[in-house]
Design a protein around this ligand. Structure first.
Ligand code: A3P
Length: 310
């Protein structure tokens, strides 16, 4: 098939992601042509400050949850802003929001001196920039099967909005395994941050969605320590509990701003699309035995049992 797109750099390899999205390969990873400009702007102009926190993730691994948590941990006195502001507006994406246009759009300063940004860019691409200052990185990873299913649902809601048919799961599994999904390959994305996180735990805090689900309070305390703002005082446990409760999927889903079907200018999906079930193991409701075997085999080959081993 002839692949054409007006935003496309003709020199970059191209593929079809999802059912019919044209994506291009930039430094080994797949991006949408409309995000390429922002990606290049970040690489050219972003200078992290020593106090910055960068939340890095592959899509659908818990980015929204971590945005809410990181914001609440570092802005305890104004954490109620989560009631009226979507986590994606409180913690903007470097490539999709801050640097999407020719002049960068930085968020309004808050009570905290810590700026928090997110990125889906892999460490292999943005690592050098993040290492140019003492900024801290939090990376959230999620097991590949739940990531895939969450991604598939997200893509399908996008297709349904356009009046298209859902993407057949079998084809989506193939694309995910081959790596031709946005910001893929998933395995290389996780490994880039994982390796650095193991070598430099003071620079990169690597956490999985599953660990966080299993014991949110403990990991919220660890995150606060990593960020240099530990919970202190006699009411320490209550403070932690309040942050965890305020960022739970049920609480976030209950806010009007997160129920909104408005589509922000920087995204193709409405605000409410970022909250679905938020559970561990939902893939079992969708993937066949063969699909599970295929993904598990690849996971063993790529991760060598270091994470997400079945
Ligand atoms: P599911 O589709 O499995 O429900 P991202 O934010 O990276 O796009 O990831 C979206 C996934 O995180 C979705 O998973 C979504 O429901 C889940 N999620 C969003 N907010 C959450 C929260 N506060 N707690 C747990 N999971 C959450």
């Amino acid at each position: 098939m002839e692949i054409q797109n007006p935003n496309m750099d003709p020199s970059l390899p191209k593929a079809i992601s999802g059912k019919n999205d044209v994506i291009c390969q930039f430094q080994g990873f797949w991006v949408l042509p409309i995000f390429l400009q922002g990606t290049k702007q970040v690489l050219e102009h972003f200078k992290p400050l020593p106090n910055d926190v960068i939340l890095a993730s592959f899509p659908k691994t818990g980015t929204t949850w971590l945005k809410a948590l990181l914001y609440s941990i570092t802005n305890r006195s104004s954490k109620n802003l989560l009631i009226t502001t979507h986590p994606h507006e409180l913690v903007p994406s470097l490539e999709l929001q801050v640097y999407a246009n020719s002049s960068p759009h930085f968020p309004t300063p808050t009570s905290s001196s810590t700026r928090i940004f997110s990125t889906h860019m892999p460490y292999q691409i943005i690592g050098e920039i993040l290492n140019s200052s003492d900024c801290r990185i939090v990376y959230v990873a999620r097991n590949p099967k739940d990531t895939l299913i969450s991604y598939w649902h997200f893509k399908n809601s996008m297709l349904l909005r356009k009046g298209d048919q859902p993407h057949p799961l079998e084809d989506f599994v193939s694309k995910f395994c081959e790596g031709t999904v946005l910001f893929g390959p998933y395995f290389d994305h996780v490994l880039g941050y994982r390796k650095e996180g193991l070598e430099r735990p003071k620079k990169i805090f690597f956490i999985t969605f599953e660990e966080l689900k299993n014991d949110t309070n403990t990991h919220v305390k660890r995150l606060a320590e990593f960020l240099g703002c530990p919970f202190e005082g006699e009411d320490r446990e209550e403070q932690v509990e309040e942050v965890v409760r305020g960022c739970s999927i049920d609480t976030l889903k209950s806010h009007e701003v997160n129920k909104s079907s408005d589509v922000p200018s920087w995204c193709m999906m409405p605000y409410n699309a970022f909250f679905r079930k938020g559970q561990v193991g939902d893939h079992a409701n969708y993937l066949t035995k063969d699909m599970i075997e295929r993904i598990d085999k690849l996971t063993r080959e790529k991760f060598h049992g270091s994470i997400f081993e079945e």
